[in-house]
Design a protein around this ligand. Sequence first.
Ligand SMILES: Cc1cc2nc3c(=O)[nH]c(=O)nc-3n(C[C@H](O)[C@H](O)[C@H](O)COP(=O)(O)OP(=O)(O)OC[C@H]3O[C@@H](n4cnc5c(N)ncnc54)[C@H](O)[C@@H]3O)c2cc1C
Length: 328
Amino acid sequence: MNENPSTYDLIIIGAGPIGLACGIEAKKAGLTYLIIDKGCLVNSIYHYPLGMTFFSTSERLEIGGVPFISHGPKPNRFEALEYYRRVSMSWELNVKLYEAVNASFIKDGFHHVTTTKGKYAARSLVLALGFYDLPYLLNVPGEDLPKVKHYYDEPHPYFNQKIVVIGAANSAVDVALETWRKGAEVTMVIRESGIRDSVKYWVKPDIENRIKEGSIKAFFNSEVLRIGETSVDIKTPEGEKTLVNDFVLAMTGYQPPFDFMASLGIQFHNDEFHTPVYNEETMETNVKNLYLAGVVCGGLKTNKWFIENSRVHAEMVVADLKNKIGIK
Ligand SMILES: Cc1cc2nc3c(=O)[nH]c(=O)nc-3n(C[C@H](O)[C@H](O)[C@H](O)COP(=O)(O)OP(=O)(O)OC[C@H]3O[C@@H](n4cnc5c(N)ncnc54)[C@H](O)[C@@H]3O)c2cc1C
């Protein structure tokens, strides 16, 4: 264990559910640790749509043995925010918020971490970075207009508005259905020839039927060419079309911060998902004492790991640390 108060046994980057779980395991093992997040506690969940409901039941989102009671069959965003605040308070976790980690390098066996507010050192580092900070951009003229959103919060602002929803996966489908049900005029622009098979099986027929009956318009095998103040130009198999438009909701997905990971020396497999290199038993990367945990482990396969199935990463990381230090 580390006796020097100016350094830590473990620094965890990311105060999402899995970063918090890592902090709890470190605390249980008697290690000194610090969790750092660029935003608020569980920053990704905070930025999810306001009315979202988790697909998992609440006990599958629990960490640190703290019971998660939800009022419906599945918990919602508000309940999850309340729950993870409670977890952080009841475990008295050492968390610094609104402090982005910009860089880290190894010197004399320590990871030296630089944030927007300070410098820290630790024997080991865990990256529990998630993937929700970097949206895939459309890279078309007009994308920087304020009417173009890469994150969706709630349907109310879109009442009586002509909106274009881009994408064919779960979030695009949820946004199209919710905004249409709350009074928006919705057109979907979809690169593929249909709604993705990965869309939740109970939602897929709903969107397909709304498209079939013409309530929601959809252009398949189509893409956005440019966005104007009151229009969107698209390319379709029938040629170019101009849609009259008030808002564009680009639900095109997000990607992990690969550049940041690479800057720390992490290597990636040469596969389609750009999967980071790590030991699946210990979670340690190719860089000594640098670990991964949570959804970031999947690279571009962002649906491979989620809270339910990656909570265990926290125990694996700390078990390896205990092994190295010689704690039983
Ligand atoms: C709409 C939706 C519904 C979902 N429903 C479920 C569900 O029902 N069940 C389930 O198990 N999973 C669900 N998920 C997935 C789940 O939310 C994620 O898998 C989970 O948030 C991953 O946790 P994490 O701790 O690995 O990453 P995150 O929760 O994404 O946390 C990463 C943290 O790292 C911080 N960070 C990133 N870079 C830096 C930096 N440089 N410096 C400091 N901090 C940084 C971020 O601010 C963030 O707080 C859902 C996801 C979405 C989008």
